[in-house]
Design a binder for this molecule. Sequence first.
Ligand SMILES: Nc1ncnc2c1ncn2[C@@H]1O[C@H](COP(=O)(O)OP(=O)(O)OP(=O)(O)O)[C@@H](O)[C@H]1O
Ligand SMILES: [Mg+2]
Length: 351
Amino acid sequence: MIFGKRSKHIVGLDIGSSAIKLVELKKKGGEFHVEKLGFSTLSSEAIVDGAVMDATLVVDTIANLISRLGVKNPNFGISISGHAVIIKRITLPVMSEDELRESIQWEAESYIPFNINEVNLSYQYLGDEQDGQNMAVLLVASKKDKVTDYTSVVTQANKTPVLVDVDAFSLQNCFEVCMGLNPSEVVALVNIGASVMNFNIMTEGQSVFWRDISFGGNQYTEAIMKELSLSFEQAEALKKGEAVGGYTVENVIPIFNSVTEELSGELRKTLDFFRSSMQQDKIDRIVLAGGCSKVVNLTGILQQKLGTPVEILNPFSAIKYDESQYDPAWVNDIGPSMAIAVGLGVREVGD
Ligand SMILES: Nc1ncnc2c1ncn2[C@@H]1O[C@H](COP(=O)(O)OP(=O)(O)OP(=O)(O)O)[C@@H](O)[C@H]1O
Ligand SMILES: [Mg+2]
């Protein structure tokens, strides 16, 4: 069809430090369906501490995934996180849209620990404060060099980066589409990847607290390497259930449990900080995503230590897919680690 409607949806691409995740969704009758879904692990040297160290390897991995899945859509959405992103809810005197646009750069300077010329700024009016004098504005600053690193691997894989989001927001978009919002609940969303955990806490259906902490699956891998004298690759395989060097996953459960206790301490610190800074005592539930959410006993230990119900977000219990094309066991296995990609895949060009 020559005059067919141009597709306006975005391919969600999550460039993680341990794996690249891709999802293309299509909306049919108000519901999202999977068009393309793929996952490709990445060597631990390719992206270190959030920085692209081996761009060629990252580009090749993305390009292979695209060609293996036959992705035609040129419009890609990515997201970034970690030290290079600052998200803040700031309070400013009430002003018009034009005044805000003119003054935001200057206002932002006092909230951003980087040189203002080195960041991309975006902002959103959140609403007037109760005092009638001030208004709340969401401020997002991302370091330009990091954004360029991540967009350029997409460009080099011959696709167009039309959207650069932040992991914590993609996580929220995924949650809202897949699990729905209950405005009366306080929900802590936590995406636990290999090197970083992203927090997004929502009250009254609005996101109010964001934080990235350098803790994740790598802590488990490193503990296994140290305890059992294994290489990174061996420890990764063991973690995911393969038998390695005479060890099985059973042997690593005590190591898992002790790292999970540390993880629980990190979660507690952040949740306590949220409680005190937002003067909000209640947290109704914790929703986990990311590959690390699959660690054996994780939800049980967290639930017990934190005294809060913990569940895992699997986007594909809500999003339909063709079971003859994608094996349900595989889809459900990778599900939690696809949350960021899904949160990008529900976006459209220009929104
Ligand atoms: N079955 C499993 N059991 C335990 N850990 C797992 C399992 N599957 C994956 N992981 C761990 O999950 C982590 C990868 O998760 P994810 O794909 O969300 O991270 P990433 O996006 O690549 O990393 P980051 O966002 O931190 O850069 C790795 O540490 C990996 O070992
Ligand atoms: Mg990640």
